[in-house]
Design a protein around this ligand. Structure first.
Ligand SMILES: [Zn+2]
Length: 343
């Protein structure tokens, strides 16, 4: 039997160090396994109708509470048999210790430690956690011969011109996944960022190792537990429930008029301890800069925008030296979006 009947999040925050594995079968035949701290696997009664092995992760950054709470509610509805999955599902809560502390990270940014990066450097809490999360994902995906999907759910530190957006990992060998882009639009995510190089994020890890349809999905602004409005994630909730229950969306193609698509062009790393951004701390994500504008100072040298206009996303001057302090993106024209969609 599982050691909780509902509200796994409360159990998780009360037992962040260790959880003994346990298993339970619901009356509808769904098998639920608690694998360890923050990891729960669900298998439908019959796999014949399944087509995908789906991973939903939240709380890779501990203070990004909206998707953490959403995932908990989803699990409650599964435990209460208000919905029945047709696809195998792995639910991961990334960083319980940081959730308890109410912080993004404790030692290292967990979302820079995947794709094996956790093997290097000081083995702190996050390094161990990345290895653990990779391990559960690996076992899960290898068990099924289905197409893999992974939605890694986040919220952003600052406000954003586009409230919701998703990062598309760099997989140049693959054709653009139009059906997935339509699914993201159904979730209220019209804005996509096509990344331009390999990284060590969780979604890149699943995309590159398991050929998963994988995205880092940003769902609004960071708020403390209990202060999120459920209505803000309604579209995501509806679409994800449809997905895990094997329902089909009406749309297989993204709506070109709604596309706000950007190519990532530059990564600005904090290379010096005196690195500073040349704009206000509360500047919104996707704020636009022109060619020649000064974005930051690195050892008193200005960092200038070239080939503008470009927009700045995820700026954070307080990262560790050597880490990413911002990315720059360039919006694709409507004609380019149409070319990607219609060929
Ligand atoms: Zn995050």
């Amino acid at each position: 039997m599982l050691p909780f009947e509902s509200n796994y999040l409360a159990y998780l925050l009360a037992h962040p160090q260790q959880q003994t594995s346990a298993e339970q079968i619901l009356s509808n035949g769904t098998k639920i396994r608690l694998l360890g701290v923050g990891a729960i696997e669900l298998e439908p009664a019959t796999l014949t109708h399944s087509s995908r092995a789906i991973v939903l992760s939240a709380g890779i950054h501990g203070n990004e509470t909206a998707p953490i709470e959403w995932l908990n509610q989803l699990l409650d509805d599964l435990l209460g048999e208000h919905l029945v999955i047709s696809e195998p599902l792995l639910l991961l809560w990334g960083h319980p210790q940081a959730m308890i502390a109410g912080v993004r990270e404790i030692g290292t940014n967990l979302n820079r430690l995947f794709n094996g990066a956790h093997k290097h450097g000081v083995q702190d809490l996050e390094h161990q956690r990345a290895a653990e999360l990779e391990g559960w994902m690996d076992t899960f995906y290898r068990r099924y011969s289905f197409r893999c999907a992974h939605y890694d759910l986040h919220t952003a530190i600052r406000s954003s011109v586009h409230e919701k957006f998703a990062v598309v990992p760099y997989t140049p060998q693959r054709a653009p996944n139009l059906e997935q882009f339509a699914l993201l639009q159904d979730c209220g995510v019209d804005c996509l960022l096509f990344f331009h190089q390999p990284t060590t994020t969780f979604s890149y890890h699943s995309a590159i190792h398991y050929d998963a349809d994988a995205f880092t999905v940003e769902l609004g602004k960071v708020r403390p537990f209990g202060q999120n409005e459920r209505a803000a994630l309604r579209l995501l909730d509806d679409r994800m429930r449809l997905l895990i229950c094997g329902g089909k969306s009406q749309r297989q193609m993204p709506d070109v008029d709604r596309c706000r698509w950007y190519q990532v062009t530059d990564v600005i790393n904090r290379e010096q301890s005196d690195f500073r951004l040349n704009f206000a701390d509360d500047l919104a994500n996707f704020s636009t800069f022109q060619s020649g504008d000064c974005l930051a100072y690195q050892a008193e040298e200005p960092v200038l925008v070239d080939d503008g206009p470009k927009s700045v996303v995820f700026p954070n001057a307080h990262v560790q030296v050597g880490q990413r302090a911002a990315i720059l993106v360039k919006q694709l024209a409507a004609a380019e979006c149409a070319r990607i969609i219609y060929g």
